[in-house]
Design a protein around this ligand. Structure first.
Ligand code: NAP
Length: 323
């Protein structure tokens, strides 16, 4: 990519948290844009973005950020996208591509599209990549490598603009797929939103039980609970907005989930080991499939490092028995 001319002249980033700052770092590293102009809601984040050198210019308003930009990416919580679209609409350059990174697409499309003028190409996107951390320090250039970026262009979207945005995301290392917004929201409800809801629930329940078990929940967390806590540490604002914005699809998937949970509950109550074994065998194969298609590491325990065996000899009575 570096030896080629940049795809875009000026990239405007509105919001420079985990996702925005990762885009800035990756776009710089790959030479996909000639210049980056960035802004964030608070003066504190803008100062930090300037300190980190993530953009060529850090400006104070959304309107100033988009002036003269041929690519605008809105990287803020979903619930704020409509307001920001209304703010930037009158300042967008004709022919500019406007995109976002929101984890729900139908709501973003509905909220943003009415504010964008004719002659501007709106191509919503969702990079399916992230961590539980937030803010401009949390981002890194390789976040999107080998991950999917889903584009959800509205009907009648300009094919050249869609292709150009796809090339941009591929340059950042992502695999790109295009689908309707409603389909995206249904798929993500089961692959991402429901797992987060379950993690938030189980960690909350265990926290309430902690009073009863006197912090044994934390002590023995490696039994499975620990892996839920990573997901449950995800940003509260972002996830509040996801559930508000994707209400219908999440409720539909939750209905199916509750039925399946009832079946497993019944199997446990009846001592139906066969049903439990069959279910767990099926789910183990799904995990192996995810590893096979390169969407997770095959390393045991998510690649966590494990301490070596103690170097000290065994305590006295056992050592004595060996001699
Ligand atoms: P983040 O690290 O918390 O950063 C959010 C950015 O949005 C910050 O620059 C923040 O500015 C700004 N912001 C917050 N509230 C705002 C408002 N009301 N109006 C305007 N700007 C506002 O969040 P993120 O993880 O990058 O997530 C951003 C978007 O990416 C969300 O829509 C999310 O759905 C999507 N996404 C996230 C992930 C993930 O794993 N995190 C993955 C894929 C997609 P200040 O710092 O100045 O408040």
């Amino acid at each position: 990519m570096n030896s080629q001319a940049p795809l875009f002249n000026r990239l405007a980033l509105i919001g420079v948290g985990l996702i925005g700052s990762s885009i800035a770092r990756a776009a710089r590293a790959q030479g996909t844009v000639r210049e980056i102009v960035a802004t964030a809601r608070t003066a504190e984040t803008r100062r930090r973005v300037a300190e980190l050198g993530l953009a060529d210019q850090v400006v104070e308003s959304n309107a100033a950020a988009v002036a003269g930009a041929d690519l605008v990416i809105v990287c803020i919580p979903i619930g704020a996208c409509g307001t920001v679209a209304a703010e930037i609409g009158p300042h967008l350059s004709p022919g500019a591509i406007v995109s976002d990174v929101g984890s729900v697409k139908g709501a973003v499309l509905r909220e943003m599209a009415p504010h964008l003028p004719a002659g501007v190409h709106f191509v919503p996107a969702h990079p399916v990549a992230g961590t539980e951390n937030s803010g401009p320090d949390a981002g890194f250039a390789s976040l999107f490598v080998g991950r999917w970026c889903i584009l959800t262009p509205p009907a009648g979207a300009d094919a050249t603009a869609v292709d150009k945005l796809a090339v941009f995301w591929r340059a950042l290392g992502a695999n790109v797929e295009t689908m309707p917004a409603a389909h995206h929201d249904l798929v993500l409800a089961i692959t991402s939103h429901l797992p987060h809801l379950i993690a938030y629930t189980i960690v909350g329940t265990a926290d309430e039980l902690a009073d009863v078990t006197q912090s044994e929940v934390l002590k023995f967390s490696a039994g499975g609970f620990r892996d839920f806590t990573r997901i449950a540490a995800s940003d509260p604002t972002m996830w509040r907005d996801v559930f508000l914005a994707n209400k219908d699809a999440v409720l539909e998937m939750l209905g199916t989930f509750n039925e399946d949970l009832s079946q497993l509950t019944r199997a446990i109550r009846r001592g139906d080991g066969e049903a439990l074994f069959a279910h767990f065998t099926r789910t183990r194969a799904i995990r192996r499939g995810i590893v096979q298609i390169g969407q997770d590491s095959a390393a045991p325990d998510f690649g966590r490092t494990h301490a070596d065996l103690p170097a000290e000899p065994l305590p006295r009575p056992y050592a004595a028995a060996d001699e």
